[in-house]
Design a protein around this ligand. Structure first.
Ligand code: AMP
Length: 189
């Protein structure tokens, strides 16, 4: 199975763009953040363990996520899968590349947005969705985590020739057509 990973800071529009791609191209969509939120709602053991990290805007420890990731990826064995929110650090990038039998990363799509415009996007989402980690203080922590831990993994994919950057500081429509261009070039659509 081919995996497209979506990498970008909180508020870059990963979820919005993924939803459109799923609708148009029938991709499968695995969002570790959404699956964790469902686990919290259903009060599973994983949800109980993950909650305090998520509430603080920090990363949930890597080892808690491996089984969840494997289960999610095995749900869609034949489809191109958008992986949204994973990997978020170097250890997770290695874990994913070790899961070859469940899928291989074909592209790391970087939705690049300057940090300065993220807080207004996030406060809009906060009002619409009421996510408990969308407050200004937690956004700061999440941005920090993104810059220190997640952003560096883009280099890992550059070295493997799997990296593509999309300038995501534009309207949803414009960003979507830029993504379509990149996916066309990579023969993924
Ligand atoms: P998201 O919806 O992708 O912004 O994720 C929300 C929160 O879930 C993050 O701030 C983390 O606490 C947790 N989370 C989601 N994906 C991961 C991951 N790959 N590694 C660690 N924590 C994660």
């Amino acid at each position: 199975m081919a995996i497209i990973i979506l990498v970008g800071p909180p508020g870059a529009g990963k979820g919005t763009q993924a939803a459109r791609l799923v609708e148009q191209y029938g991709f499968a969509w695995v969002s570790t953040g959404d699956t964790l939120r469902q686990n919290i709602k259903s009060n599973t053991l994983l949800g109980q363990k993950a909650r305090s990290y998520m509430d603080a805007g920090k990363l949930v420890p890597d080892d808690l996520l491996v089984d969840m990731l494997k289960a999610e990826l095995s749900n869609h064995p034949k489809k191109v899968t958008l992986l949204d929110g994973y990997p978020r650090n170097a250890v997770q990038a290695e874990t994913l590349s070790g899961l070859g039998e469940l899928g291989a990363v074909r592209l790391a799509l970087h939705l690049d947005v300057p940090a300065s415009i993220l807080s207004s996007r996030i406060s809009k989402r906060s009002a619409e969705e009421g996510r408990s980690d969308d407050t200004p203080e937690k956004l700061k922590v999440r941005l920090d985590v993104y810059e220190k831990e997640t952003f560096p993994i883009l280099n890992y994919y550059k070295k493997k020739n799997l990296y593509a950057r999309v300038d995501a500081d534009a309207s949803m429509e414009t960003v979507y057509s830029r993504i379509q261009e990149v996916l066309t070039k990579a023969t993924l659509i």
